[in-house]
Design a protein around this ligand. Structure first.
Ligand SMILES: Nc1nc2c(c(=O)[nH]1)N[C@H]1C(S)=C(S)[C@@H](COP(=O)(O)O)O[C@H]1N2
Ligand SMILES: [Mo]
Length: 372
């Protein structure tokens, strides 16, 4: 497993053979977390919908064992009429099918040094499943929001210990975010019941926020009239520049473009081999703060940039496909990169931006390719 920052890229320049034993190993804990929480299969990045099983996974504690037959979710708190809805009652409600991009806020953590010991993602914690579900807004409206309601808390069935605190995985959304179009209670992905690891039988989907907001294995939804103070909100998922900096909460996905690695891989280094000649590079781009207005590609390690061609996303909540024609006529090493700009004017930085928890990194991706 490659180490921090650019170590993976340096190793990629070694001869394409089994390398010497690594001296830049990630920790034992990180390796174990990486097995439980696998990444997106980048070779599927030219498909608008990610095949089941090729989407990334992030499970904080254990996958709870839940049965569809006796499942019901409670909606209560600061509402006029608390509800309990069974799965068959949920699926009888107005239903939408919605391809939606999910991305973990820990993206790019492995590029940072020093970094916290947690899932050592590079650029692969993302995916687009086509979710089937019902809009959250109509469920909240049925329960009837009472005067003074400010936030909505989503509680999962999974429980564990983080920062010494025993808790169920739980996150809150401000009321206006919870009421937005696209926020759904989902029971299917790609036309099949959610896989157990992805939240069976019911999960929340919040399209514009990083993945932690999309609570899986939903147990209850509670409307509150104050500011939620749970561990996963107030301590974890903050962009901090030092341990004394309280930081700002991580919320919406930063703009990012990802490239389907061209050609074929070397088994160990994952370096790519491409035959000489013209080759089309495919990728996807997305942002939690608007639509994608531009994607650029660099073939000289981010010195110069040329525009890629954009295609329409299959849903306003999915990613935007892009492609770029590369005349790979010079044999040898090349460093390819891509970067996106969104409709709010945000553009990816050239390099990762360090922060204490290793969150929301969106520096332009670097993909080493050997032309032969
Ligand atoms: N109940 C519960 N919901 C959860 C999590 C969790 O551990 N427990 N992980 C969150 C995080 S951090 C992410 S990135 C997404 C991952 O969703 P996926 O595993 O379906 O890709 O689920 C979110 N919802
Ligand atoms: Mo995440």
């Amino acid at each position: 497993m490659a180490g921090p920052a650019q170590a993976g890229h340096q190793r990629a320049r070694a001869p394409p053979d089994r390398p010497r034993p690594a001296d830049d190993l990630v920790s034992y804990e990180e390796a174990r977390l990486a097995f439980r929480n696998h990444g997106f299969h980048l070779e599927t990045l030219d498909r608008p919908i990610t095949p089941l099983g090729s989407h990334f996974l992030l499970i904080h504690f254990d996958v709870p064992e839940l049965r569809a037959e006796d499942y019901a979710i409670k909606i209560g708190g600061h509402v006029r009429e608390p509800l309990s809805l069974r799965l068959d009652e949920l699926t009888a409600r107005p239903t939408v099918r919605q391809p939606t991009i999910l991305e973990c806020a820990g993206v790019g953590r492995a590029f940072l040094h020093p970094r916290p010991i947690y899932v050592p993602w590079f650029n692969e914690p993302m995916g687009v499943y086509e979710y089937t579900g019902t809009p959250l807004r109509s469920v909240l409206e049925q329960a009837g929001l009472r005067e003074g309601a400010t936030e909505v808390v989503f509680t999962g069935w999974d429980e564990g210990v983080d920062l010494g605190v025993t808790h169920a995985f739980e996150r809150a959304l401000p009321l206006d975010e919870a009421m937005k179009d696209g926020v759904i209670l989902a029971w299917e992905a790609n036309g099949q019941p959610l896989l157990p690891a992805h939240g069976f039988p019911l999960r929340l989907i919040v399209p514009t926020w990083y993945g932690m907001a999309s609570v899986k294995w939903l147990r209850s939804i509670t409307v509150i009239d104050h500011t939620y103070q749970g561990v996963q909100q107030k301590q974890v998922y903050r962009f901090q520049t030092s341990s004394s900096d309280l930081g700002r909460p991580i919320r919406k996905k930063a703009v990012r473009a990802a490239m389907k690695p061209p050609g074929i891989p070397d088994l160990i280094s994952r370096e790519r081999f491409v035959s000489r000649g013209r080759t089309t590079i495919h990728g996807m781009a997305w942002s939690g703060n608007g639509s994608i207005t531009k994607v650029e590609v660099s073939i000289d390690d981010r010195r110069s940039w040329r525009p890629a061609t954009l295609e329409a996303p299959v849903s306003p909540y999915a990613w935007t496909p892009w492609r770029f024609s590369w005349d790979a006529n010079r044999p040898g090493e090349h460093m390819l990169s891509c970067r996106a700009t969104d409709s709010a004017g945000n553009r990816q930085p050239r390099n990762p931006v360090w922060n204490l928890q290793g969150m929301a990194q969106n520096g332009a991706e670097r993909v080493p390719v050997r032309v032969r």
